[in-house]
Design a protein around this ligand. Sequence first.
Ligand code: FES
Length: 138
Amino acid sequence: MPEQSAARRTVLKGAALAGAGVALTACSTETNSGYGSPAVPTAPVELGDAADVPVGGARLYRENKLLVSCPAEGQYKAFSAQCTHAGCVLDKIEDGEGNCPCHRSRFDVTTGKVIQGPATDPLPAVPVKAVGGKLIAG
Ligand code: FES
């Protein structure tokens, strides 16, 4: 069946070329943030009640890809919750650290700094304020 063989060769050749493209993309990355920049809001986003963020703690807003911490009463800090390693969204906060479920990077929730790699870049800060008891980020 020569037609099937030709078709199979075409498929295999295509797969080989696609594989080469993937390899070139992976090798051309000079930092470990090859997926692009972490998500940050391009317009103000209301996150809900400021009181939902515990004083001395933090809360994830995974649907908005944001992390908000409250180091002291009335003070809020927000960061992108998208990991700077390969773009996964942080999944939980433990002991003041945001955890990435993909490769276990951990970030300080009050500074965005990397505590544990493989990520090397901090989480980008996002402006945040409490207005009328509601958190507005971006
Ligand atoms: S995506 Fe790799 S550690 Fe977060």
